[in-house]
Design a protein around this ligand. Structure first.
Ligand SMILES: C[S@@+](CC[C@H](N)C(=O)[O-])C[C@H]1O[C@@H](n2cnc3c(N)ncnc32)[C@H](O)[C@@H]1O
Length: 262
């Protein structure tokens, strides 16, 4: 195994290879996708914004503050419940956190007992470095893997995961429908999909917030309306089991339609 030197080329490998570069022929043999070229959102999260976001999202005090100024929708305040719900959904099966960012969910759900592996995937090399630091700090809480990947082209097998978690990530991607289709592909039938995302930035406050996020390079496209988002989930093959919280930053517990062998 090699030593990780911090270069993006080395990090752009695949499962478990983030800090242990492998030759490209080996990568091809494993069918691991190279990460796509940088885009604005990736650069945004590679920099100080990504670190600031992670510090905020893992601080209960800051989350409660954001929650109050955004109308008390409680999605941010109860983000730990959201993460725990996904981690507990299929504890002996693999869980995917997409996009994992700096792996805030490891922090939020670290006391949930589970034996299945926890896989974090994200496009930002900077966020993945922070995720690796967190993995080391929290080790050996879970068997953790980190993968640099585009959420629309995940380097995983069909039905590989028993649960998928997506915190505040869909709205950072221009083609949320393609991401949902990919999540449905890698999640086994009957598997749990727990997510939070911006939907319908209605109202003056919502529109101002959307413009600010857009200007900051965090939101590439306007979030869908509630009805559009419901259609997108349905088209991807998800049933919404429970609306957990939120008016604009909604948290939902979904299940992939169909029955699996688990
Ligand atoms: C707001 S952060 C959320 C991260 C994490 N879920 C959390 O709550 O800490 C959004 C993340 O989406 C990632 N991202 C943006 N576009 C992506 C894509 N196409 N594929 C994978 N990750 C992407 C960014 O790098 C960033 O880490």
């Amino acid at each position: 195994m090699g030593t990780f030197l911090g270069g993006v080329d080395e990090i752009a490998t695949g499962s478990l290879n983030l800090f242990f570069p492998v030759p490209s022929c080996e990568r091809k043999a494993r069918g691991v996708h190279d990460a796509p070229p940088s885009d604005r959102t990736e650069r945004r999260f590679d920099g100080p914004y990504g670190r600031a976001y992670d510090a905020a999202v893992t601080s209960p005090v800051v989350r409660r503050g954001f929650d109050l100024v955004s109308g008390g929708t409680s999605t941010l305040a109860n983000l730990d419940d959201l993460a725990r719900r996904a981690y507990a959904a299929a504890p002996d099966e693999a869980l995917l956190d997409i996009p994992c960012g700096a792996f805030a969910s490891l922090e939020l759900a670290k006391w949930v007992p589970r034996t299945g592996r926890v896989v974090g995937a994200d496009l930002s090399a900077g966020m993945l470095r922070a995720a690796e630091a967190r993995r080391v700090r929290l080790a050996p809480a879970y068997p953790v893997e980190l993968v640099r990947a585009d959420a629309t082209k995940l380097p995983f097998d069909d039905d590989e995961f028993g649960a998928v978690l997506s915190i505040n990530g869909l709205h950072c991607m221009p083609d949320a429908a393609a991401v949902l289709a990919e999540v449905a592909r890698v999640l086994r039938p009957g598997g749990a999909f727990v997510l939070s995302t911006f939907v319908d930035v209605g109202g003056v406050l919502g529109r101002v917030a959307f413009r600010a996020y857009r200007w900051a390079g965090v939101l590439p496209v306007p979030p869908p309306s509630h009805a559009e988002f419901a259609r997108m989930l349905d088209a991807a093959g998800f049933d919404v089991e429970e609306r957990l919280s939120g008016r604009t930053l909604v948290a939902l517990a979904c299940r992939r339609r169909g029955t699996g062998g688990h």
